[in-house]
Write a protein that binds this ligand. Structure first.
Ligand code: SAM
Length: 298
């Protein structure tokens, strides 16, 4: 399709104005809200801001916006159709090889960043493992927000790590130099480093088989099953990570996990059984218990 076809007012360079582009996007996706996301992610401007400033829409923006709108109209989740999605301060590339980063994971990162900062600037960087990094949302946020950090991010999926590598490549030199990507199953990826981390963070798959079947069909059809489905019960991967924590963490190290509220009790109980002395739960902005903070020391 000629990307300029639905746009009516263009100048001699093939540029159009914000209003024409917006009309073209809405005409395809049939949603004002989604059209505004596409517009702002592609142009870097809020639609009303672009209109009032008289921003001329570049031809490349027009092409990307039409591609995103057509992808969305063909059924792709909006985030994959656009190909980029915001997470905290980052604009992350996303495709169906990785989970679309969720707002609740920003709570997990908030805890992690707060904890690292509370340790103060020591002589050595704070060593962080992000297990199951996907797009790199957690690892890259921590590394870019806290200069004191040295981050090792792992995933079992090579395709997910490709996306994380692309996202890492877009960051500044200081951040890039403090992140290493590793492939492998949970601790199998990090054990060869021979390093005791100060902080282990993970947002592992934590959905049971039963709940997985009840997810929004758009999620099941496009997002990787391996990022969501944990097993029959839902806590299988959380347990594996918790069980591996005490022997690997530094003596005053901490583990932070994302989970669903109904898993808090069983995972906390398991954490105490395997030797964690401090167990603390953090709620999201809606008051739902979404993050478990486990300490080796009391
Ligand atoms: C829920 S996603 C989280 C992605 C990203 N950290 C985020 O918060 O948006 C879980 C990730 O764990 C990875 N994963 C699943 N099982 C794994 C395993 N056994 N070992 C390592 N990574 C695994 C998946 O490939 C996926 O990228």
């Amino acid at each position: 399709m000629d990307p300029t076809e639905p746009v009516n007012s263009q100048d001699s360079l093939g540029r159009c104005d914000a209003e024409s582009l917006m009309q073209a996007i809405v005409g395809i996706v049939k949603s004002d809200h989604e059209a505004r996301w596409i517009f702002s992610q592609v142009t870097g401007f809020n639609y009303y801001e672009a209109r009032s400033l008289g921003v001329a829409i570049e031809r490349s923006w027009l092409e990307r916006a039409m591609e995103a709108a057509n992808g969305r109209a063909a059924g792709l989740p909006l985030q994959y159709a656009i190909g980029v999605w915001p997470f905290r301060n980052l604009q992350l590339r996303v495709n169906p090889a990785v989970l679309i980063p969720r707002p609740e994971t920003e709570v997990l990162v908030d805890e992690a960043v707060g904890w690292i900062r509370s340790k103060g600037a020591g002589p050595k960087p704070v060593v962080v493992f992000d297990l199951g990094t996907g797009s790199g949302a957690i690892a890259l946020s921590v590394a870019s927000e806290v200069e004191l950090s040295r981050v090792f991010a792992s995933d079992r999926s090579a395709k997910a790590l490709d996306v994380a590598a692309q996202n890492l490549a877009g960051l500044d030199e200081s951040t890039r130099s403090r992140v290493t990507l590793l492939q492998g199953d949970w601790f199998e990826a990090t054990d060869p480093l021979g390093v005791s981390p100060d902080l282990i963070i993970s947002n592992p798959p934590y959905i049971s088989r039963h709940d997985y079947l009840g997810l929004d069909p758009l999620v099941r059809e496009y997002e990787p099953e391996s990022a969501l489905l944990a097993g029959d019960v839902g806590t299988e991967q959380l347990f594996r990570i918790v069980e591996g924590g005490p022997s690997r963490l530094a003596p005053d190290g901490v583990m932070m996990l994302e989970l669903s509220p109904e898993q808090v009790k069983s995972v906390s109980d398991r954490a105490r059984e395997v030797g964690f002395l401090a167990v603390h739960v953090v709620a999201d902005l809606a008051g739902r218990e979404r993050v478990l903070v486990l300490g080796r020391a009391s």
